[in-house]
Write a protein that binds this ligand. Sequence first.
Ligand code: GUN
Ligand code: ZN
Length: 434
Amino acid sequence: MAELLLGQVISFAGDPFVEGEAAARHESHGAVLVKDGRIADVGPAGRLRAAHPQAPVTDYGRALISAGFVDAHVHYPQTAIIASWGKRLIDWLNSYTFPEEMRFADPAYAAEIANRYFDLTLSHGTTTVCSYATIHPCSVEAFFTAAEARGLRAYAGKTCMDRNAPEGLRDTAQSAYDDSKRLLEAWHGRGRLNYVITPRFSPTSTPEQLAALGALWREHPDCLMQTHLSEQLDEIDWVQGLHPQSRDYLDTYETQGLLREGAIYGHAIHLTKREKDRLAEAGASLIHCPTSNTFIGSGLFDMGLATSLRVGLATDTGGGSSFSMLHTMAAAYEVGQLRGHALHPAQLWWLATQGSARALHAESRIGNIAPGMEADLVVIDLASTPAIEQATRRAGDIWQALFPTIMMGDDRAIRDVRIAGKPVAQSSSSQPSG
Ligand code: GUN
Ligand code: ZN
């Protein structure tokens, strides 16, 4: 069954970090034809209405239709501890994160938080996430069950840790391999779900565990592998002490078979020249988590890397301080300013959609509006609050009209969300803006 959505439409024909704003396409009176869960056509409203006169129409007026946001690095189990005060990475993990993750031994708690998490992210316009679970297999099952019930394209894996974590939050090299393999075989490629091999980071995995997960990845090369890299200076010193034989942090992964295309490294702030060169040569993805990097005090990501590597954008819930990819774009802009890069709104929007999708090797399916792509869409109200509305009155083009929403918008700007073409049923935690 087809449906014609009318509004302003934004999409990408290229990479704005390479081609500048010319990579973006904007139809100010545009239309998207959705059919059988996919985008069937996109273009000027007049042409699509004439070509598809039978299709029912939903007219969003001056609102902006975009691909839904793709959040490329999150920890859904940290939903309830978001915005916890006063710690840096290692203390933050020990004080807030690990006690909360312990609770996911209970499948009912895992299901409650997974459902709460997806209600929150959908109300913020995020249609795909790539998440860490906890060490508990039931936390992966809860995530995929909640994603599947909503029809989402979703990515996650069991977080593996066999040292430097409390009793009750440690597995072993063998059990991490066995549990990950069983979960991968059960969930990977089931509908729109994808299993991601997930060693947490080198401080909490022995070389034996990293090697076991490297072996699993070799056996399942079409999976992604995600972990953390060079987030804080204290962490890097710790890694050097734990792995004295390694050339650098990246080497702790590289020597265990955990560096190649499909490797996704969160944060990646404090990199050496060798690491940057090797990451680019290997075709790895880096995920910029700007609200987290300022909130936990980690540092400023170098967006110059976006021309040589796949770079995605993420909230890093709950080290990040927001579920909103609009807030995350705003933080990426501010971090860019501090590093001397004024990111163009087209670059910010691309990072939150097609850039993140490309980091997850899903750019031909999600993160853009083009025929054949999955119809996961967000509709943005460009005047969602009085403060934003007054700032857009003199806008001369779409970027001037959009930038106040990027900088000041939140879930009130999310007018509608479509998953595989269908409107998302609003739950109690959503706040439709009418
Ligand atoms: N490094 C290892 N685990 C984590 C985590 O849960 N959050 C963040 N921000 N960094 C990490
Ligand atoms: Zn993380």
